[in-house]
Design a protein around this ligand. Structure first.
Ligand code: GAP
Length: 453
């Protein structure tokens, strides 16, 4: 059973060093969080798992790592300047601001007053100035989605890789949104990371590819340890679709605060490549949206037989890293009552995502022979490159087990006095708590089997 409440997760994250409020010593900054020693490992492991699946395991996807600061023209032609807004209302009594679609019964979320302003559009993009001169024209945006830099690099990637459709470009990186009401821990924040694939296909094949990517993405989340029953598939109603979308399927997860979007899989048609292409009067392409006088590019591909230029359609699976981390923490958090009546918290996280893969625990803190032996074991396992291995030299085995259960370390390896004689160690499994005596030589294979399964 997942965590019961967000408070349990927030407390665990702070206590053990997964996630901290940013700039806490100065009172914080709303909607922003920092990933601590364990959080950074978990986040990296999740991103690595996505990249392995979406890029390495395929021959039809290439990677990209583009700039965050974005030319304002990109976000003008993408439609974000005009439409990337949320409806904002002010409470005339307590002066708080909130999203109109977050309020219930037309009442202020803070004081309950009905004395609210009419909703008005609030653009979510962060602006910043570029260069030493700060005038009205020298601004750029922090990208609100990683996708736009993929579209503007479309021709570069095609030219450099000779890819033909169907093919995709994948990117993981930061995105920024000036959310009116950031809330629910790392669920809705102002700076977050996205894992996005733009998969370019021939018009007409788009609906089939859309279905394919919905299935692929559900399967990937299940491989990360999310129960299939905890994912709901929502066909976003027409009136709620983003300006670029013909159809969007949201994967909704049962977060502690409610069922909300974990990932969206959109059919963006030829909207983006079309809007970033030079005006179609000057180019022989037929895109739905195309009034661009400022771009010099033709973001299109040539049909091999007819030689006609076509703007591909694009299917976009777009997942939030931070929401992924929250879902995985929630899904793996368990409180168990043991036979002796004691409670234990265990993070039953998949081994490939675990922040620490194994803890090496010398039975005696101050015994240099045992500690040196433990260090050698740690160094040997660390060299496998499977992720972080730690030396847990506290001298308190019970406390070390409790800590590593709580942070999801799949195995603890204890080095004791017998080890020095027979070169065997005790390996304790996080989930079953079973202990087995293993030859030190076999540890590498044991760990590889566990982590590469
Ligand atoms: N390129 C498409 C796009 O950006 P989106 O539905 O706005 O679509 C995609 O965002 C994903 O990014 C969401 O499913 C969510 O996981 C994540 N996301 C969006 N806004 C977020 C926020 N304020 N905080 C955390 N994650 C967010």
């Amino acid at each position: 059973m997942p965590a019961q409440s967000m408070d349990q997760l927030v407390a665990l994250c702070k206590r053990r060093g997964f996630i901290f409020q940013t700039n806490e010593i100065y009172g914080g900054l709303q909607g922003l969080y920092d990933y601590g020693p364990l959080g950074v490992e978990l986040k990296e492991n999740l991103k690595k798992s996505w990249w392995t699946k979406m890029v390495y395991s395929r021959d039809d996807v290439e990677g990209l790592d583009a700039a965050i600061l974005t030319n304002k023209k990109v976000l003008k032609y993408s439609g974000h300047e005009d439409t990337f807004t949320d409806p904002l209302v002010d409470c005339k009594d307590c002066n708080n601001r909130m999203r109109e679609d977050h309020i219930k019964d037309s009442k202020c979320l803070h004081c309950g007053s009905s004395n609210l302003t009419e909703p008005r559009p609030f653009n979510l993009m962060f602006k910043t100035n570029i260069g030493p001169v700060s005038d009205d024209d020298s601004y750029a945006y922090l990208r609100p989605e990683t996708a736009q830099q993929i579209f503007t690099n479309f021709k570069n990637v095609v030219d450099a890789t000779s890819k033909t459709i169907p093919f995709g470009i994948a990117q993981i990186g930061k995105a920024f949104r000036n959310e009116i009401t950031p809330r629910n821990f790392i669920f809705r924040v102002r700076e977050f990371e996205q894992m996005e694939l733009e998969f370019f296909v021939k018009k007409g094949n788009d609906e089939e590819w859309h279905k394919y990517w919905v299935e692929e993405r559900i399967n990937w989340w299940v491989e990360q340890g999310i129960e299939k029953d905890n994912i709901e598939v929502l066909n976003v109603p027409q009136e709620e679709l983003s300006h670029y979308s013909k159809a969007t399927v949201d994967l909704m997860y049962k977060f502690p605060h409610g069922v909300e979007e974990l990932e969206g899989i959109a059919n963006r048609t030829d909207f983006d490549l079309g809007s970033h292409s030079k005006n179609q009067d000057e180019l022989d392409i037929d895109a739905k949206i195309n009034k661009n006088k400022e771009s010099n590019a033709r973001l299109a591909v040539q049909d091999i037989e007819t030689k006609a230029w076509e703007v591909p359609y694009v299917i976009e699976p777009s997942a939030g890293v931070d929401r992924g981390v929250l879902a995985i923490l929630n899904e793996s958090y368990k409180e168990e009552t043991l036979e002796n009546g004691k409670k234990r918290v265990v993070l039953a996280i998949k081994p490939h995502l675990a922040p620490i893969k194994a803890a090496i625990i010398p039975i005696k803190k101050n015994d240099s022979t045992i500690v040196d032996f433990s260090k050698d074991v740690k160094d040997g396992l660390q060299k496998l490159g499977l992720g972080r291995i730690v030396l847990e030299n506290t001298g308190n085995i019970g406390k070390s087990y409790r800590k590593h259960d709580e942070i999801g370390t799949p195995v603890c390896i204890t080095i004791d006095f017998d080890t020095l004689n027979d070169r065997t160690v005790t390996v304790r499994n996080r989930d079953t708590m079973e202990q087995q005596r293993v030859d030190v030589q076999d540890l590498k294979d044991l760990l590889k089997d566990l982590l590469l399964q």
